[in-house]
Design a protein around this ligand. Sequence first.
Ligand SMILES: Cc1cc2nc3c(=O)[nH]c(=O)nc-3n(C[C@H](O)[C@H](O)[C@H](O)COP(=O)(O)OP(=O)(O)OC[C@H]3O[C@@H](n4cnc5c(N)ncnc54)[C@H](O)[C@@H]3O)c2cc1C
Length: 397
Amino acid sequence: MEVKVLTKSDIFNPTEEHKLLRQMVREFVINEVEPQAMEYNEKEKFNVSLFRRLGELGLLGLTVRIEDGGAGMDTVASVIVHEELAASDPGFALAYLAHSILFVNNFYQNASNNLKNKYLAKVISGEYIGGMCMTEPDAGTDVLAMKTKAIKKGDYYYITGRKTYITNGAIDNNTLGDIFFVYAKTEDNKISSFIVEKGFKGFYLGQVLKHKLGMRSSITAELVFDNCEVPAENLVGNEGDSLIHMMKNLEIERLTLAAISVGIAGRALEIMIRYSNERKAFNKYIKDFGQIQRYIADSYAKYMAAKTYLYTTAANIDLNKPGHRIDTDAVKLFASTVAKEIADNAIQVLGGYGYFGEAIVERLWRDSKLIEIGGGTIEAHQKNITKDLTKFNIPIR
Ligand SMILES: Cc1cc2nc3c(=O)[nH]c(=O)nc-3n(C[C@H](O)[C@H](O)[C@H](O)COP(=O)(O)OP(=O)(O)OC[C@H]3O[C@@H](n4cnc5c(N)ncnc54)[C@H](O)[C@@H]3O)c2cc1C
């Protein structure tokens, strides 16, 4: 029997195309993302022109088929791009996720051809920057408690409600984002979704939420829908059938958030290894102290476990078919806590130097915390995983 030996590279770059994609994104990150990361995070500003470069590189419609103007790539490819961007600027990676996964992929999988003709080219090029509106001031984890309503009158739906914590909700402090995938309740309290553009009557920027702990190069905003007038043709799919694509999109969101965590973890690990080879105390390199070795070795083992789980989960996900809740929840649960722990270990290994911005690890530590909250809290993952394991006969071994 011939046994195929899988290397790490086979798992993390299953095809030549994946390998080339990773190389291309890594080069872009070194040359264009890294030089701006500290400045944009410090200023809590979103780098719009750099974001549009992602469109030029074909990354904004990564999962859209080639015949529809995209790059025609798969879930693993999306994970690669998120991981590589996050190793330098997790906030920028989060803005990418909000656009390419929460808007573009969700829209592409569920919208009619008519709607795609109207918007797809603009979001793939980056002319329009998109986001997704699910969370409300009184409905986060308990998302089905959302109160935003859409009522149909003639050729329009009228949406009333508030959405909060929306990534890409604004482009800068005063400018509303361009286009949103908005969930609202229609007749019988069923969930429907709509494409809402800046400029629609009754659609406003509430406030830009400042002083975020991390992810400061992405903008988070509150958005207001005051009897917002939306053409009926901007309904995505059929009225009342959006729960299923909301759940599916949450799975892909969790996977790509886990990819951001793995990017953070890998960068923090690199920094701590390098420093332990350079810094001396008591006439020894600090890598020679057992306690420092424990930080490095434990971090490496957990990083590899998270990354391997991430790529094996990604390889099994078809972007169009729901049904991987347990592993997308579990990989995000694991990768998010591991990334925070590894960033924390890195600060510890760097000592006082690690506490300051120049060393980067303090920013990675702050950025890592978001993934324990956004796209579902770690408690929500624990609840879902336990529910699925105890309800369905999921094979463990
Ligand atoms: C920076 C940032 C960006 C975001 N971007 C977006 C975006 O683009 N679009 C969007 O729609 N949303 C976005 N969110 C919202 C995010 O998804 C929510 O914050 C998240 O789902 C948690 O909801 P919540 O904040 O209302 O917390 P809550 O639901 O109020 O939870 C508070 C606490 O109670 C716990 N809890 C709640 N229910 C249970 C339960 N059943 N069992 C155990 N514990 C429970 C939670 O785990 C948490 O610890 C973003 C959030 C942040 C911080």
